[in-house]
Design a protein around this ligand. Structure first.
Ligand SMILES: Nc1ncnc2c1ncn2[C@@H]1O[C@H](COP(=O)(O)OP(=O)(O)O)[C@@H](O)[C@H]1O
Ligand code: SF4
Ligand SMILES: [Mg+2]
Length: 335
């Protein structure tokens, strides 16, 4: 049976922007992240992926709802109490340049968390751990005497991964970890993350706007739109058999398994602002199948089959293997 390591229950995050408008960046998300899996989180820029990731690692506090880690409610824990979870919950950021202090040598950057969280450790033991960690991420010992500025983007991301893993976490949030890297380096970092997941039994929340990257990395995928999860299911279900019109459009551009291109669905218009979200279904302003009901009622996630859910009034009407049986107004799809 799948054991939930992290649980989000109706989690909402509202920011106040510079114009004092309320921005609902995360709008009532509920989901489980199972021990040992990679849950991918995908969606266009601004849909709330990073906010969700930051809530899980306690960089932000939820406006409402709750976040459980190993069954314990961490939502409003003080920093002091959350300290006990800090080693278990770690993050790898998109931009290795921004997340590493350029003034410090790599060896010290890796040693510092051990000084803070493992006071019982002597210097020799700490330095031994640093050496080992460098090896684990594919860098030789000499890197401990280098500064971040002397490393390539890929090497720096290896250091960020070492930094995330040195405290032996069980859960890692990776927010666009390869988006700043050259394509040729991306695969190396993704494969390193996969190998480390197996070796250390890690659970990942893997955030990316890149569909191919998410499909490659994930066991399950959650698709976000305007702060909501609109569809969640196995990698196979979401990548190849999506039911929600947004997921279908998103994945329509990628190549089929047999190499053939799929029918391309081009969405009209821009994503609405989360400070002024549409009524009813958040996707209705761009959905080619929108009806009056869609403009008025917000669809809830409903089960398509075990573990596969979509938030569309009409998703339940499709049978497995059928293409969309949705009312279609003939606009908005370009093939
Ligand atoms: N500190 C902030 N203040 C106000 N609005 C914010 C802040 N951070 C993010 N937002 C807004 O919240 C929404 C979600 O942002 P984000 O979580 O970064 O999305 P993603 O990672 O999917 O691109 C966006 O509309 C963004 O502009
Ligand atoms: S509920 Fe309506 S607008 Fe929303 S995705 Fe489904 S068909 Fe489109
Ligand atoms: Mg982001």
């Amino acid at each position: 049976m799948n054991e939930s390591l992290v649980t989000l229950r109706n989690v909402t995050k509202v920011y106040t922007d510079k114009k004092r408008r309320q921005v609902k960046a995360v709008d009532g998300i509920s989901l489980d992240i199972y021990r040992g899996e990679t849950l991918g989180l995908v969606g266009e820029s601004g849909c709330g992926k990073s906010t969700t990731g930051n809530l899980l690692v306690h960089l932000l506090t939820a406006t409402s709802g709750s976040i459980l880690f190993e069954g314990q409610d961490i939502t409003h824990m003080s920093e002091r109490r959350f300290g006990a979870f800090r080693s278990s919950i770690q993050m790898v950021f998109q931009d290795p340049y921004a997340s590493i202090n350029p003034q410090k040598k790599i060896g010290w950057l890796l040693e510092e968390p051990l000084v803070i969280h493992h006071r019982e450790m002597g210097k020799e033991e700490r330095q031994h751990m640093v050496k080992r960690m460098l090896q684990v991420v594919g860098l030789d010992e000499s890197y401990k005497d280098r500064y971040p500025g002397q490393l390539s983007g890929g090497q720096r991301q290896r250091v960020s991964i070492a930094l995330a893993l040195i405290l032996n976490p069980s859960f890692v949030v990776a927010d666009e970890p390869v988006s700043a890297l050259d394509v040729s380096v991306q695969a190396q970092i993704l494969n390193l993350m996969k190998r480390l997941q197996k070796e250390y039994g890690l659970t990942y929340l893997f955030i990316s706007h890149d569909l191919n990257v998410v499909s490659y990395m994930s066991d399950r995928i959650g698709v976000m739109y305007l702060g909501s999860i609109v569809e969640i299911g196995s990698q196979e279900e979401i990548t190849w058999h999506a039911r929600h019109p947004y997921t279908q459009a998103l994945f329509s551009a990628s190549a089929r398994e047999d190499g053939e291109k799929r029918e391309r669905i081009v969405l009209k218009g821009d994503v609405p602002s989360p400070s002024n979200p549409p009524s009813g279904c958040p996707f209705h302003t761009r959905c080619p199948y929108c009806t009056d009901k869609c403009r008025q009622e917000k669809p809830q996630l409903q089960e398509i089959s075990k573990g596969w859910m979509a938030a569309c009034h009409y998703c339940g009407e499709q049978k497995q293997g059928e293409t969309a049986a949705l009312p279609y107004d003939g606009e908005g799809i370009a093939i």
